[in-house]
Design a protein around this ligand. Structure first.
Ligand code: IMP
Ligand code: MG
Length: 179
């Protein structure tokens, strides 16, 4: 598994420090509010687990699973909901927790879908962002790191369902996904 890593971009310590920062920020900004964290499966699972423990508020959590049709390393913008929320979000403050924003098509679709359910507010929190690759405009409210246009693995993020359990964030060797 580790032999497929081209370069480690962020260590466990660097990630934890950033996650703590975001957790603090959310704690301050949502004081006296009830907030629902919505994790986008499966990639945001690890980030969500760490982040929610850094938020000192009575949050609740829910998950959605989506898949985008198309090539394995590129989003098509056509999103299928594989698992929907368990609870209504009407009149709730929600924060979508995502692992990585690339073209933005997945989240654009998801936001439209969630806004139609009339939450009191909706914000986006992503650990990683590839701003150069954006195809649709998206307001990102909380962000961990900007990253270059490379294929990323680790800390919950996969290639072909593998590498999610790497504790750091890394770039995958090109020959692995181009072969
Ligand atoms: P978007 O719709 O192009 O923004 O893509 C968003 C989704 O594609 C993310 O939630 C990831 O699941 C996946 N994705 C985008 N870039 C990468 C990457 O570098 N590694 C692994 N998954 C990625
Ligand atoms: Mg994802």
């Amino acid at each position: 598994m580790r032999e497929d890593v081209a370069q480690i971009l962020f260590s466990e310590e660097q990630i934890q420090e950033k996650v703590n920062e975001i957790g603090k920020q959310i704690t301050e900004e949502y004081k006296d509010k009830e907030v629902v964290l919505i994790g986008v499966l499966k990639g945001a699972n690890v980030f969500m687990g760490d982040l929610m423990r850094q938020i000192d508020l009575p949050v609740t959590i829910d998950f959605m699973a989506v898949s985008s049709y198309g090539l394995s390393t590129e989003s098509s913008g056509v999103v299928k909901i594989l698992k929907d929320l368990d609870q209504s979000i009407e009149d709730k403050h929600i924060i979508i927790i995502e692992d990585i924003i690339d073209t933005g098509l997945t989240l654009h679709y998801l936001c439209d879908n969630l806004i139609s359910r009339k939450p009191k507010s909706l914000k986006i929190c992503t650990l990683l962002d590839k701003p150069e690759r954006r195809k649709v405009e998206l307001k990102v409210d909380y962000k961990g790191f900007d990253i270059p246009d490379e294929f990323i693995i680790g800390y919950g993020i996969d290639y072909a369902e593998k590498y999610r359990n790497l504790p750091f964030i890394a770039a995958l060797k090109r020959e692995v996904y181009e072969k």
